[in-house]
Design a protein around this ligand. Structure first.
Ligand SMILES: *Cc1c(COP(=O)(O)O)cnc(C)c1O
Length: 375
């Protein structure tokens, strides 16, 4: 059996090696390393795939979030609501910009921001909601958009873990995740669903004015050469990464299908076990399984992880600590308001999830989990 990895980027690369190698060499030969034609082509192709008016590539998914916030007319101390159970990047940029993060509990089944608690967290200082589409499961955008409209708030979708997923509205229409908020962001970190071979990210919007502003912000706030109208940053996707992403974008739907197939196998294997809750797939979206995350109900999650390590099955705890309890972002809170987050911190374990898992590996992984859980 092939060694089991959390993410197997090498096997995925080998399937497209000739094509990618050739593209990379062509970029080097062209010497158009920065803002070259490959970046512009990738941008246009992603706009078409997502059915969004503007894609602005940048250096990584964290920058994408920061730049999105910079583009809005926010003041020091304005409040930004996001989930307590997520990767740190979201709150990091809020603090860097001297805005105030307001952390909210998540829904136990989807791991995404809880709508009632989101509503309860809104104050006159609230300006932005950042829903995070976590582990490939989208937040409930139809509800969030309603709340935002009612209270006149901006929505920035963090789609770093969910590119390619569809939101299905009650009237049957669908939209790609990241394209419904005033702004959306993603990351092309290698292990993400659409990963490059280094760092990369992008911002999405249908708003022409914001798109123009952001194209300046990513380039030192410069709209005319050496005239700086905004305080900006230097945040670019380089041509080598863009050419790799151009090879991988047409494969994204197939990659997401492969992840769903592995998830189907896991779901079926664990269906009968009373101490394992498999991830929910919300009716209002497609799931793209950036992670496959179980909830272990018998209190033995850590022992399970240890057992799996002995069996050479990698498994990770995403995430072990709530953001509100992290040293850098510590805030006084009433734990009773965070029951779901706190339960999840104790229960979650993510199994290997990528595009290259074969049936032999999946059987070994599920047999190993069940061997421990049925002991
Ligand atoms: C990966 C990730 C980011 C940051 O992306 P980078 O490219 O690593 O900076 C932001 N938000 C979420 C939810 C992520 O998973």
């Amino acid at each position: 059996m092939k060694k089991i990895q959390m993410v197997d980027l090498q096997s995925q690369y080998y399937k497209i090696k000739a094509d990618v190698d050739n593209a990379v060499l062509n970029v080097i030969d062209s010497a158009a390393f920065i803002n070259g034609p490959e970046v512009k082509s990738f941008q246009a192709e992603l706009e078409q795939y997502l059915d969004v008016k503007h894609v602005i590539p940048c250096a990584n998914g964290t920058d994408a979030l920061q730049i999105a916030l910079m583009a809005l007319d926010l003041q020091e101390g304005d409040e930004v609501i996001t989930a307590d159970f997520t990767f740190v990047a979201t709150v990091e940029v809020v603090h860097l910009l001297k805005l105030k993060s307001v952390l909210v509990d998540v829904d136990y089944d989807t791991f995404t921001i809880d709508i009632d608690k989101l509503k309860a967290a809104i104050t006159p200082k609230t300006k932005v909601i950042i829903p995070v589409h976590i582990f490939g499961q989208c937040a409930n955008m139809e509800e969030i958009l309603k709340v935002a409209k009612e209270h006149n708030l901006y929505v920035i979708e963090d789609s770093a873990q969910a590119i390619g997923s569809d939101i299905i509205f009650a009237d049957g229409t669908t939209k790609k995740s990241g394209t419904m908020g005033i702004l959306g962001t993603t990351s092309f970190f290698p292990s993400k669903n659409l990963g490059c071979y280094g760092d990369g990210g992008a911002i999405f919007t249908n708003d022409d004015e914001l798109a123009h502003k952001i194209r300046g912000i990513v380039n030192h706030g410069m709209y005319e050469r050496y005239y700086h109208d905004e305080v900006g940053v230097n945040s670019r996707l380089d041509s080598l990464q863009a050419t790799i992403l151009r090879k991988k974008l047409p494969l994204l739907d197939g990659y997401n299908d492969a992840r769903r197939k592995a998830a189907d196998y896991y779901d079926e294997a664990f269906a009968g076990n009373p101490n394992i809750l498999t991830p929910k797939r919300a009716k209002y979206s497609t799931h793209v399984f950036h992670q496959y995350t179980l909830r272990i109900l018998n209190g033995k999650r850590n022992e399970l992880q240890k057992f799996l390590t002995e069996k050479e099955v990698p498994a990770m705890i995403y995430y072990p600590v709530a953001l509100r309890k992290q040293k850098a972002y510590f805030q006084e809170s009433n734990d009773a308001d965070f029951v779901n987050t706190d339960k999840l911190l104790e229960q979650v374990i993510s199994l290997p999830m990528h595009t290259e898992l074969d049936e032999e590996q999946l059987k070994y992984i599920t047999d190993s989990v069940l061997e421990f859980m049925n002991k």
